[in-house]
Design a protein around this ligand. Structure first.
Ligand code: SF4
Length: 283
């Protein structure tokens, strides 16, 4: 059985449809991913997206019986079985750090999103994984205005969960260029405010160079201005997670993209900290 690393982490590793393991260097342990978007469909097309054959669309109908079966089976394998031995996971990383709803597309596009959040929360609580491990939703945040998403966020909070809300740009042009999203800055700000009011929320921002140019000044300034504005409005963002591209994009723009250096990332992190935010940097 191959060693489980941060590079082979999709469901094919354990042969399940919805559940996949990731050994996270950053977290120092096992992150259990749940992929709602088995059809590789997202309502955005970020130019750095690593999803192969990404298509525009929503998550397909969920097979809840299968999701429950897979999660119970996988957790039993980790908690009582020989999962760590089979995948030669380093002894110091044999701990479940989180269960993350993080799919090959936008998970909140699932029709029964709240039901899925509840099911995962119920099983993980029953098996004693929560509240010790974190429950995380990784989302582009574009659908928070929908009632079914808000219902899911409330449930996520009830299990002690948190949202990682994507914010790569604070300008309309930047959102169009990086995320291929036509959503207005006003609408995404409203969604962010709503999200923070429903569930603890962190911002996740991918910084990258395009055509050998780093983060443009106008983008950086607009981003800082937005974060300042959020503070002034009393919006509580738990942390800002800065990261850059670590694996190749599967999008046509791949060859035009480059990661930012750790030095640049740290410089931007310092500027964000000056606004009173807690910031983490993942190179
Ligand atoms: S929001 Fe996520 S899944 Fe969707 S295109 Fe962007 S990076 Fe890919």
């Amino acid at each position: 059985m191959s060693k489980l690393s941060t590079t082979n982490h999709r469901s094919d590793v354990v042969g399940l449809k919805y559940v996949y393991p990731v050994i996270s260097r950053r977290l120092g342990g096992l992150s259990i991913g749940i992929n709602f978007n088995t059809n590789n469909a997202c309502n955005w097309r970020c130019i750095y997206c690593q999803v192969p054959n990404l298509t525009i669309g929503a998550a397909p109908t969920m097979d809840f019986d299968l999701l429950a079966q897979e999660l119970r089976l996988f957790l039993a394998d980790v908690l009582q079985g020989d999962f760590y031995e089979r995948f030669q996971v380093d002894v110091d990383k044999r701990t479940i750090k989180d269960i993350a709803i993080a799919g090959n597309g936008e998970p909140t596009s699932l029709k029964d999103f709240a039901k899925a959040v509840d099911l995962i929360g119920t099983i993980a609580t029953e098996l004693g994984v929560f509240p010790g491990s974190k429950y995380v939703l990784i989302t582009n945040g574009s659908l928070v205005h929908q009632a079914k998403v808000q219902a899911g966020l409330k449930l996520l909070k009830s299990y002690g969960g948190e949202v990682w809300f994507k914010l790569d740009s604070a300008t309309k042009e930047g959102k169009q260029l990086i995320n291929n999203s036509g959503q207005s800055c006003k609408a995404s700000l409203e969604n962010l405010m709503l999200c923070t009011s429903l569930c603890p929320t962190k911002l996740q921002t991918c910084l990258l160079g395009i055509d050998k140019k780093g983060w443009p000044d106008q983008e950086r300034l607009a981003y800082l201005e937005l974060l300042g504005h959020l503070k002034a409005m009393g919006c509580t963002v738990g942390q800002v997670l800065l990261y850059t591209i670590a694996r190749p994009s599967q999008q046509p723009e791949a060859l035009r993209l480059s990661p930012l250096s750790l030095g640049q990332m740290n410089e931007y992190a310092a500027q964000i900290r000056l606004l009173g935010y807690d910031v983490s940097v993942s190179p």
